[in-house]
Design a protein around this ligand. Structure first.
Ligand code: MLY
Length: 276
């Protein structure tokens, strides 16, 4: 059974605070998702945002939709919030004087686009206009602070929303760092990105949330997802160290002392005191 991630416990353990909701370009309450699988709508082509295409809802999850452009393959699916500016009811593009375009990588000859469009829309289930939500307003400026926790889309696995931390703030951008993943998935984005959410957003919207990974900078387990309820094993006493030390082996000459040279401008890592 699915156990929601316990943010309260994690914030205590990491002695950290969530980024306040007013930092984000997100609705106060996650928008209700009334879309159904197979519904068709208009979407900007993520690979060519000047064109509007027909898209089909492949998955409905929390306040998000997994979309596939009609005439494209199944390897270029993308996710949008139901209050994204980039999705609209079928007919919106034409009303505003535009023309529906084939997706980048249209699998047929370009000359077959008009007939393909006719056939793909004929008898289709169109998403009704009333289930599209207005995009929320953007905060006026970047209010994020380093160290604050948030929930963020993993851009390499965009179906995932994960436990993250603001690693840096620069002008109108923030560095999103994924807890327990050694930097491999981190990215910079604008403070008003639609891919970042306040702590608790997933739980509120019914979207799964990925807990922290298990890797820290040394590759050893750091955050214990389910800590044992028993007391930790204490370290062994240090009183007998000298008494039990093995006799020195006098048959071989002692090894020469080792000299490690460290460039002053470099860090030697957590075990090296570079001030010596
Ligand atoms: N199996 C993939 C998924 C990694 C997901 C990382 N996110 C949660 C930051 C991998 O290990 O590469």
């Amino acid at each position: 059974t699915y156990q929601p991630f316990d943010w309260d416990e994690y914030l205590k353990e990491t002695n950290s605070v969530p980024a306040p909701a007013n930092c984000f370009k997100q609705a106060i309450e996650p928008p209700k998702n009334e879309f159904k699988v197979s519904m068709k709508l208009e979407a900007l082509d993520p690979r060519n945002v000047t064109s509007t295409c027909i898209a089909t809802v492949i998955t409905v999850l929390g306040s998000r939709l997994r979309l596939r452009l009609d005439g494209s393959d199944n390897k270029n699916d993308f996710w949008r919030l139901v209050d994204s500016r980039e999705i609209n009811p079928v007919g919106h593009c034409e009303k505003s004087g535009g023309m529906l375009q084939p997706p980048l990588g249209f699998r047929m000859n370009a000359s077959s686009w008009p007939m393909f469009l006719t056939k793909t829309l004929n008898g289709a289930l169109m998403a009704p206009a009333n289930i599209f939500q207005k995009e929320p307003p953007s905060p006026k400026c970047n209010l994020f602070q380093v160290g604050q926790k948030l929930e963020a889309v993993d851009k390499k696995n965009p179906q995932l929303i994960c436990c993250a931390t603001v690693g840096a703030v620069k002008n109108d951008q923030i560095h999103v760092t994924f807890d327990g993943w050694r930097g491999a998935f981190d990215y910079w984005c604008k403070y008003d990105s639609r891919d970042i959410f306040p702590v608790g957003w997933c739980a509120k919207s019914g979207h799964p949330m990925q807990p922290p990974g298990q890797k820290n900078n040394t590759g050893h387990s750091r955050y214990k997802f389910k800590p044992a309820l028993t007391a930790p094993v204490p370290p062994p006493p240090i009183t007998s160290t000298v008494a039990e030390a093995p006799e020195a082996d006098t048959s071989a000459p002692p090894p020469p002392p080792i000299t490690i040279q460290i460039r002053k401008s470099c860090s030697g890592g957590p075990l090296i005191d570079s001030t010596q």
